[in-house]
Design a protein around this ligand. Structure first.
Ligand SMILES: NC(=O)c1ccc[n+]([C@@H]2O[C@H](COP(=O)([O-])OP(=O)(O)OC[C@H]3O[C@@H](n4cnc5c(N)ncnc54)[C@H](O)[C@@H]3O)[C@@H](O)[C@H]2O)c1
Ligand SMILES: O=P(O)(O)OC[C@H](O)CO
Length: 354
């Protein structure tokens, strides 16, 4: 019998719990209960978030107004949450994953399998690492990924959307993940390209920041489409430089172009970047994130910084003018208007490739 634990309980983590819980209750090979690790916090009422989730069946902070399913159990104790699970779903903001993995070393079942819903990468002196690789290396488990055009609040309302599972070798494991997530309103397919799927999910957050800047500068759809096109090209080129095995076809899955579109139209990175540009860059992303997202976390600004670090180390900076511009603007080195000016400074031989 399969036991599922979700490691994370933010906006997307809570929706993942709802999707999975609606399936485990109907599928014979899964125990009904879905355990969800909650990074514990005290609410303004003085109550603990995990207690309130268990009393109301709602994540009142990160997904208010949505019932998760009676078989979802919130657990603030990470070790207790994972100890019986053979299926681990990782879904915290990427900056917390290293710390979470360190705590889990030696604490999970030997036969556990993982899937990462985390969009982001880790950059160390030794080089960049996918979050799925971090999980695999630290915990010694196989780890697939699930990414897609998935604004959590829309899926919570059961509006139709799609997602892509990326797997390394084990097709049977991928199919089990598809079975666990797929619902009539959440259509999941799988591709054998972990790197391609995960790099798409990671890099689209940088392009989303660029799209938000365009909105804040009150520029129109043509400009935003241009930014998305250039962004898509940079996503593919950067992914392939890091991982030559990445398949072009992966960009046509939900994790690729569809996620790029939704995130540039309606995501949190876009929203906060719009406010940043509207304020002429006078209020930092950190300040705006705290004020606008109520505890939810942005991934795009940190990812732009991490990707920039990789580009500097490897001598790639001039090859990725859009990624570079997002990093320089979000770090305060350039004004928001530089998001369209970068185009004039691209050397001709590189411009031809964009
Ligand atoms: N929200 C979406 O629409 C969406 C959709 C697809 C993928 N994602 C991705 O899912 C991942 C998780 O995002 P989310 O939206 O579920 O989270 P979120 O941004 O809504 O919430 C932040 C979460 O981080 C937790 N947290 C705060 N400090 C922590 C710490 N020190 N250690 C561990 N956890 C801590 C909070 O308790 C909260 O659960 C991200 O990589 C994101 O890009 C999000
Ligand atoms: O709200 P964002 O910008 O973090 O994007 C959310 C999802 O990744 C969209 O698929």
């Amino acid at each position: 019998m399969n036991n599922v634990t979700i490691v994370g309980s933010g906006n997307w983590g809570s929706v993942a719990a709802k999707l999975i819980a609606s399936n485990t209750i109907n599928l014979r090979s899964f125990n009904d209960e879905v355990r969800m690790w909650v990074y514990e916090e005290t609410l303004p009422s003085g109550e603990k978030l995990s207690d309130v989730i268990n009393q109301t069946n709602e994540n009142v902070k990160y997904l208010p107004g949505v019932k998760l399913g009676k078989n979802v159990v919130a657990d603030p104790d990470l070790m207790n949450a994972v100890k019986n699970a053979n299926l681990l779903v990782f879904v915290t903001p990427h900056q917390f994953m290293e710390g979470v993995c360190k705590r889990l070393v030696g604490k999970i079942r030997k036969d556990a399998e993982g899937i990462s819903l985390v969009k982001g990468m880790e950059v160390k002196r030794e080089g960049p690492s996918l979050i799925s690789t971090l999980i695999s290396n630290q915990l010694g488990i196989n780890c697939s990924v699930l990414m897609g055009a998935n604004i959590a609040d829309e899926i919570a309302k059961e509006e139709f959307s799609e997602a892509t599972v990326g797997y390394r070798r084990d097709k049977a494991a991928a199919e089990r993940w598809v079975q666990l997530f797929n619902t009539p309103y959440f259509s999941v397919t799988s591709v054998q390209d972990v790197e391609g799927v995960e790099m798409c999910g990671t890099l689209k957050n940088i392009v989303a920041v660029a799209a938000g800047l365009i909105d804040g500068l009150k520029m129109g759809n043509n400009t935003k489409a241009a930014i998305m096109r250039i962004g898509l090209k940079e996503m593919l080129a950067f992914s392939k430089l890091l991982f030559p095995s990445v398949k072009d076809s992966t960009l046509f899955e939900s994790c690729g172009v569809a996620d790029l579109i939704t995130t540039c139209l309606g995501g949190r990175n876009r929203k906060v970047a719009e406010a940043f540009a509207l304020n002429g860059g006078k209020r930092s992303f950190d300040e705006l994130e705290e004020q606008m997202l109520k505890g939810q976390k942005l991934q795009g600004v940190l990812t732009a910084k991490e990707v920039h670090e990789v580009m500097v180390t490897r001598g790639w900076v001039d090859m990725f003018p859009l990624f570079k511009a997002v990093y320089e603007i979000s770090s305060g080195f350039l004004p928001p208007t530089a998001i369209v000016e970068f185009n004039n400074n691209i050397p001709h031989h590189i411009k031809n490739k964009l």
